[in-house]
Design a protein around this ligand. Structure first.
Ligand SMILES: [Cu+2]
Length: 396
């Protein structure tokens, strides 16, 4: 295959992935449901809503043909959605089934400080086989999330995150923009090579650490674990070499994400956002990864209504919104331009799968009430000869 034939073939293949038929087929709606975080049903214990989260090593399929071993709450990426009402008493029983340490941090929530999930600051790490009980009152209102706060560089991008939605029976956004349907979209970025290497070496280190602890031979210097800053400084003064003086990671060894996911999947397996003419939909955008996203919707302006869960005093219109790491933004899309549209990262490096376009953070806004005759666009059946396709000459 020469270069020109290759470009023609790949051009045809990427166009065919965007088939409106695929987006609108009858099976699409049920498959699509699986592409959003699954709600976690609480046990009702008196006036407390009790949730159970467990962490295991799990194999995630990001797109057909690509899987990676990673960490996941309840064997789901993202973890299940915790949805409560403002003021609810919440208990989360967290079980660690892995051989690594973890905690859970409740991002954006007004929890008591002992429940904040920062290891060696507010709690001891939840060690292999251990359980930890988090208790707090659900506040404030809005779109929030939870994530592991141990070895955050690895654990968070490995999939230890999930949405946490605090509802209000008198919803301030619904009052302004009445809506029936809403969609949670959790963004992340993963370096599959970094995850594989780090996960393996961490499992090795933890095995050694647990063995030494069991035998009473745990050495705080060997594992860089100290009770106080003074203890640490004293060790250094006595000749201890902290890890950063012995090892270093060059910038190229830090995570260089090659997979960009929405709800744990990359395009073409990303969810569709279904809408009808005249309908408002609410999108809850959560950036649980370490990369910035610049999310652009075609054919529409949308309203930004919440920032970090907080309703903004005056919603304003835009068609591109910046979603920084750790941020949540809620937007309302008004169904006023029937068709099939894309909602994608305008940082084009992030609409790739392992470097190849199209992929990553690319999803479709799909009008369900598009007239049948308008959905008949079928690239393959138009019998275009290869020579009828535009020839893209890049550097020839
Ligand atoms: Cu963790």
């Amino acid at each position: 295959m020469n270069r020109r034939e290759f470009i023609q073939t790949t051009g045809l293949m990427s166009a065919s992935v965007l088939f409106p038929k695929v987006l609108l087929s009858n099976s699409a709606e049920s498959t699509n449901k699986d592409r959003f975080p699954k709600p976690l049903e609480p046990l009702i214990k008196g006036d407390v809503k009790e949730f159970h989260l467990a962490i295991d090593i799990y194999q995630q399929e990001v797109v057909p043909g690509f899987k990676f071993h990673t960490l996941a709450f309840n064997n789901q990426i993202p973890g299940p959605e915790i949805r409560v009402n403002k003021g609810d008493k919440v208990r989360v029983i967290f079980k660690n089934n892995t051989e690594l340490n973890h905690t859970i941090h409740w991002h954006g929530m007004y929890v008591p400080w002992r429940m904040d999930g920062v290891p060696y600051v507010t709690q001891m790490p939840v060690m292999p086989g251990q359980e930890f009980v988090y208790e707090f009152v659900a506040e404030p209102y809005g779109t929030h999330f939870y994530h592991c706060h141990w070895g955050t560089l690895l654990h968070m991008q490995s999939g230890m995150y999930g949405s946490l939605i605090v509802e209000d029976s008198d919803d301030p956004i619904k009052r302004q923009f009445p809506y029936e349907r809403e969609y949670t979209l959790v963004y992340s970025a993963h370096d599959s090579n970094f995850i594989r290497t780090e996960l393996n070496s961490m499992l090795e280190r933890m095995k050694e650490r647990m063995y030494l602890m069991k035998n009473g031979r745990f050495n705080k210097e060997r594992f860089a674990v100290f009770n106080t800053k003074d203890e640490f400084v004293e060790s250094v003064n006595n000749g201890y070499q902290p890890p950063y003086t012995v090892n270093r990671r060059s910038p190229s060894e830090l995570p260089q994400p090659n997979w960009f996911t929405v709800n744990g999947k990359s395009y073409p397996m990303t969810p569709n956002l279904f809408i009808k003419e005249g309908e408002n939909i609410r999108l809850r955008l959560i950036n649980a990864g370490g990369e910035e996203h610049s999310l652009h919707l075609h054919g529409h302006d949308f309203w930004q209504v919440c920032d970090d869960g907080v309703p903004v005093p005056q919603p304003w219109q835009m068609n591109t919104v910046r979603l920084s790491p750790g941020k949540t933004i809620d937007i309302i899309v008004e169904g006023n331009n029937r068709g099939l549209w894309t909602f994608h990262d305008h940082d084009t490096r992030k609409v790739t799968n392992n470097g190849l376009y199209p992929g990553g953070n690319l999803l479709a806004l799909v009008y369900e009430d598009l007239p049948a005759e308008e959905t008949k666009l079928d690239m393959m059946s138009q019998k275009l000869g290869l020579d009828a396709l535009p020839i893209v000459a890049l550097d020839e």
